[in-house]
Design a protein around this ligand. Structure first.
Ligand code: CO
Ligand code: CO
Length: 356
């Protein structure tokens, strides 16, 4: 990686061309609820999962033992390095297949490119970074679609497969289950800091490593041990994606703030007001959450931070908790943190305590 002082050519700052950061440029949960009312509901026995439960991907049954998992994800640059952006976007798109318990088969690239402002070689780097990740995932890239656009956009459609009886979904979690998170939070805040010059690209190294880590081994560990529900933590933040599990499973949750892992600098930056708009929208959507008094306002925002290529959030029966943590550690996931438990409810209710 180069910076302006050592490089002869003026360096192109990809994040300066993007209005938002990664999954933080998502439409807010409230806006989505509003528009999705206009999409007709589906009644077809082949459809195992659709948008109704706000799961990570659609699942379409072909036979009793085979189903297609399909998902699409794309966003604006979250880092300045083109290769890293491509790699992060690919890991993020693949994640929704893993989050359903599936195995990716092939992918299609989605590209929006400001051809007047950015050289095509840079797009080559984006695609190259993405290809490194899809190769690691043994997922073939078979095509794509590109348009000339004001802002750079990159992402993928990913098609995978899953056994219909071995899906990881939002529904199925029970009161008493423990909540386990497999990556630290804070990527939205860090990438916003990078964009606002409050953090050097070197300060993003940990975040980039975490965001390019595939959720494949985490999902495999979850399936091997046995969990009752699971999703990945992305644009709607921990509270938003937890909320989807709680509503689909009709339970409540108690989170322990001190057990939640964060990327270095994330708490300091949030305390200085470096918070993406998407995170603020997520926080507003989580207005019903009850907080212990001694949790600082900036710390509360962290639990709503819009993540890009975040980890899995798993609900595991208490008797499987130790085995899951051990399996995740053995798999080398960036975190294997028990961050709370599910309660009787009311469905969707969340309480955040300082420590257990
Ligand atoms: Co997801
Ligand atoms: Co997604």
């Amino acid at each position: 990686m180069t910076d302006a002082s050592t490089d002869q050519k003026p360096r192109i700052r990809l994040t300066a061309l993007s209005h938002g950061a990664g999954c933080a440029c998502k439409l807010g949960p409230a806006e989505l609820t509003q528009v999705l009312r206009h999409v007709p509901g589906i009644r077809d026995p082949r459809v195992l999962v659709d948008a109704a439960t706000r799961d990570d991907a659609a699942v379409f049954r072909l036979t009793d033992s085979r189903a297609i998992v399909a998902t699409v994800d794309f966003f604006t640059p979250i880092v300045d390095d083109a290769r890293a952006w491509g790699a992060i976007a690919a890991a993020n798109a693949l994640s929704d297949v893993y989050a359903m318990g599936g195995t990716p088969l092939f992918a299609l690239n989605l590209v929006g490119w400001p051809r007047e402002k950015l050289p095509p070689e840079l797009l080559g780097e984006v695609l190259g970074g993405a290809a490194e990740v899809t190769e690691r995932a043994k997922c073939l890239v078979l095509g794509g679609h590109s348009i000339d656009s004001e802002e750079p956009l990159f992402g993928m459609v990913v098609i995978g497969e899953v056994h219909p009886d071995r899906m990881l979904t939002n529904a199925g979690a029970c009161a008493g289950d423990r909540l386990v998170l497999t990556k630290p939070l804070g990527t939205g805040i860090l990438s916003t800091a990078l964009k606002r010059d409050a953090l050097l690209e070197s300060g993003m190294a940990d975040a980039v490593r975490v965001m390019t880590t595939l959720n494949d081994t985490a999902a495999r560990a979850a399936l091997a041990v046995g969990v009752s529900a699971g999703t990945d933590v992305t644009g709607f933040g921990l509270l938003g994606h937890l909320g989807n599990i709680l509503r689909a499973s009709e339970v409540g949750a108690e989170l322990v703030f001190d057990e939640v892992p964060f990327l270095a600098h994330a708490r300091n930056l949030a305390a200085r007001g470096v918070v993406p708009g998407g995170t603020k929208r997520n926080f507003e959507a989580a207005a019903g959450v009850e907080w212990d008094d001694d949790i600082a306002p900036a710390d509360r925002l962290l639990l709503a931070d819009a993540q890009t290529s975040g980890g899995l959030l798993l609900a595991v029966p208490p008797e499987n908790e130790a085995a899951l943590v051990e399996a995740l550690r053995a798999a080398g996931t960036p975190a294997a943190a028990v961050i709370g438990r599910l309660t009787e409810g009311p469905a969707g209710s969340v309480r955040v305590v300082r420590r257990a």
